[in-house]
Structures are given as C-alpha cells and as structure tokens.
Design a protein around this ligand. Structure first.
Ligand SMILES: Cc1ncc(COP(=O)(O)O)c(C=O)c1O
Length: 465
C-alpha cells in the first residue's frame, strides 16, 4: 500500500503505462527489462514513486515547473471553484480569472501591458514569432521578417519553435525546418574557446558575444531582421548566465536596428531566479515576454505571450484593413483553470516571501556547489542564479574535455538511488551534454538544500571516485 493506492492498483497502472504511454524524451527500449518511474503523489518538495520510495524533487516536477511545491490545497480549491462557475469559454470573450490574473501579472512587469493566453511555452513563443512576422508585413512590406535566436537556447518542440532552436540534438532528423530563423553565437564564457574567444573574460567576453549579434544583423541586412528571441538565462542548453555587459549591449543593438526583443521566460518566469522574471535582473525592456512552466506551478496548463501597449496599438490602427488585427486563436487559451491557478500561485509567492527565499536558498546552494567543486575535480564550472543552478562536468579541468554522457546518467541514477531527483542535459548540445541541473521549489529550506547537495556529493564520489 502506497498512500491511497494498493498493490493491485499499482501493478495495473504500471502495466497500462508500459502498454500504452509514450513518454517524453525517452528511449523505450529500457522498459523491456525494467519499469518506468511512475510518480504517484507529491507533497511540498517531496514525491513518492510506485515502489513507495520517497524523493526530494530537486527539479520541480522534472522541468522547472512546480515552483510553489506539491499539494497546495488553496490552488486546487481556486481551480475547483472556478471550474464549477465556468470551465471554459473561448478567449474571444473575457473571463473573471483571465481578467484578474492579467492585471496582477502586469503589475509585476513595468512597461508591459497586454497578455495573450495560450497553453504551452512553445505556443506562447510561436505567438510572439507570428506577431513579429505580422508587424514585418504591416510596417515593412514583409521584408523585416527574420528572427534571430541564440546557439544553445531552446524555445519549444513545435516546428517553428524548433526552427529557432539552438540545441542541435533536439532538432536533428526533424527537418526541413521553417525558413527565416537565423542563429547568433552563445554567451557561455566557460566555452569561449569553442568560439575562438578564449582570451576574453568577464565584460570583454560579454561585449564580444553581444557584438557577434550585431555582426549577424549586418551580415543578414538590418532591414531584414525583425526580432531577437533569447532566454534571459539559458536553461536546458547549460544554465548559462550571460556575462556582465551583455544585456546592456543587446538592448542597444535592438534599439539601433529597430529589432523587437523577445525574452523567453518559460523557465525563469514567476520567481525561479529570485525576481518575478529573469530579465528584471538586467534592467532590459523587452517587447515580448513569453512564460509557461511556473506560471501556475503545474496545477493547470497556462502560458502567456505578454507585450507592450506600443505593439498592441500597431494592431488597432486602420480598422478598414480586414487583415490588420492579430488573427490567431488558441482553443485552450480559453481554459479558466489556468489563470485561476496562476492568480493563487502568485498570491502564495507574495504572501510566503518566496522570491526572497529563492534568493537566499539559491545563494546557499551556489555556496554548497562551489564547495563541492573544491573537492571534486570533475566539476569544471558552477553556474546559476536563484534556485536555477547547474554544474558542468569535465574529464580534465585544463582541457575542459566533457565527461562521457553515461557518467552524467550514472550520477543522476546515483542521486535517485539516494532519494534525490536531479536533472541533466538531455539530447541537447552535441558533445556538450555534460551538465547536471537543479531547480528545487522556491519553498526549499536550508535542510532541503543541504540534503540535495550532500547527495550530489555522494553521487559524484560514487561515479568519479
Ligand atoms: C526556455 C524554454 N522555452 C520554451 C519551452 C517550451 O515549453 P513547452 O514545453 O511548454 O512547450 C521550454 C521547455 O522546456 C523551455 O525550456
């Protein structure tokens, strides 16, 4: 008996899963000899699997999502109450939670003003791409339509989002992709040698990486480039915190060439790095901000594409033109459970001071990981902000040769055996799938953080000696 499940329930669930479910990012061959992990229940920072094993979840639902932790009755109740009043109506009309959540969200985003509801991060990004394309048609005869994206960033699994995908292993075998997306170099100083910029560090490297964006714009022709889409801190591409000076220069470049700046906050949004949004650490002024995972902490599906009044106004001028407005719909953008859950999620973050806790616990975790780097030679680099951290593992610190992927998987498994779920690079950057990532819920206590990093310590010793 595990919680509310008996042994028969559980074996039925496992068999049904093995017979019919196609898991995400998973090679199913492994399940011919073993069972998939099935998570039965969660409470706070902890989850339980089908064998009754308890884990600390150091990745908030696997993919940086359950920011306020599991088992929040007040969110469940807000969703229940809303569903009993009105479960759904197309976003052609308004709804009570849609209206109230947009007001709350915008109050945390100075300079932004309009919320477009959708249901996944990929889809929110596609809305921004479509808006940038439509602006190109409305204002520039379709010419200024290219969208720049950065090496190692990820924006989603749909075809256009993959066309803006800087993680080559995610994209391989899915071509041909959509035209009009152009790559700019990454800004990971630790891997500057891959770019021939190993002599640069700190601000000089940050300037160089941003100047490289300008070079791409000049090569493509500034009159052809309409948008630049960037993660504020790259997530699945290696937890890359941009170097000093980078963002200031990026903002200058966007202003100079009239390029719309689209910040993908699908991971960083709603508290993950200790501010409501990742871009707010850098004082930049985006034209679009997209968000998904942490918006309702996974209690309901919701994603948003948020923009400025300036952009919104462009779609109101000349009502005699039948094609002038944003002709887009997302059926499940009209589900009311999402904004109802999101509103309560934000209340919890505010009332429980979770942004401050995120900063304090993030600093603690960073300190713990840096201490581990003193002990384990395999740790080549420690990166992150708030409760969004990663470590890059190398064979040799001087050559920075990445460790074999199987050693990354082994370290993850060693943590799992010891009751901690951590994350790792998964078919992301060719030859560079050598990092582990951590994103505990924003409710983490000092004990939780120490338990996670103690376990990583033991797992590294078990794997690398
Ligand atoms: C930065 C970023 N953008 C977009 C997405 C896509 O979001 P979704 O899986 O909700 O479509 C992800 C998903 O991991 C992501 O990490």
């Amino acid at each position: 008996m595990h919680g509310s499940f008996n042994e028969n329930d559980i074996s039925h669930i496992v068999e049904a899963d093995k017979a019919h479910v196609w898991h995400h990012l998973t090679q199913h061959k492994a399940f011919e000899t073993g069972d998939p992990r099935i998570i039965l229940e969660g409470k706070g920072m902890r989850v339980w699997d089908q064998n009754g094993k308890e884990y600390i979840d150091a990745v908030s639902g696997g993919v940086w999502t359950v920011n306020v932790g599991y088992g929040r009755e007040s969110i469940a109740k807000a969703v229940y109450d809303q569903l009993m009043k009105l479960c759904y109506f197309s976003q052609g009309a308004g709804s009570v939670p849609g209206s109230l959540f947009s007001e709350k969200l915008i109050s945390k985003m100075p300079g932004m003003s309009r919320v477009y509801y959708t249901n996944s991060g990929s889809e929110a990004n596609e809305k921004a791409f479509k808006l940038i394309r439509q602006i190109a048609h409305k204002r520039y005869g379709g010419k200024k339509h290219k969208i720049l994206y950065r090496d190692r960033d990820y924006h989603g699994g749909t075809l256009a989002a993959m066309s803006a995908g800087g993680q080559d292993e995610r994209v391989m075998q899915y071509g041909p992709l959509a035209p009009g997306f152009v790559r700019v170099p990454h800004c990971l100083e630790y891997r500057a040698a891959d770019q021939g910029w190993e002599d640069l560090s700190g601000e000089a490297y940050g300037q160089r990486a941003a100047d490289a964006i300008e070079e791409v714009i000049l090569r493509e022709g500034p009159d052809t480039v309409g948008g630049l889409c960037l993660e504020p801190i790259t997530a699945g591409g290696g937890v890359i915190v941009p170097p000093p000076g980078y963002w200031e220069r990026v903002q200058e470049i966007c202003t100079k060439y009239e390029i719309l700046l689209h910040i993908d906050e699908v991971v960083c949004g709603i508290g993950r790095t200790g501010t409501w949004f990742g871009y707010q650490h850098y004082g930049i002024k985006p034209d679009f901000v997209t968000m998904a995972k942490g918006v309702a902490s996974g209690y309901a599906a919701i994603a948003c594409c948020v923009t400025t009044e300036r952009v919104f106004e462009m779609f109101k001028d000349d009502p005699s033109d039948k094609l002038n407005y944003f002709r887009d719909i997302s059926t499940f953008g009209g589900c009311t459970a999402g904004p109802a859950a999101a509103l309560e999620n934000m209340r919890i973050i505010e009332d429980e001071n979770l942004l401050d806790n995120c900063t304090a616990m993030g600093d603690r975790m960073m300190g713990n990981l840096q201490a581990l780097a003193e002990k384990h030679k395999a740790i080549g680099d420690v990166r992150g902000k708030g409760l969004f951290l990663g470590i890059e593992l190398v064979e040799d610190r001087s050559t920075k040769e990445p460790v074999a992927e199987k050693l990354i998987q082994q370290t993850v498994a060693e943590c799992g055996t010891r009751g901690v779920i951590i994350g790792a690079a998964n078919r992301s950057i060719p030859g560079r799938n050598n990092f582990l990532c951590f994103s505990p819920a924003l409710i983490a206590t000092a004990d939780d953080i120490d338990r996670i990093t103690d376990t990583v310590d033991q797992a590294l010793t078990a794997t690398f000696g």
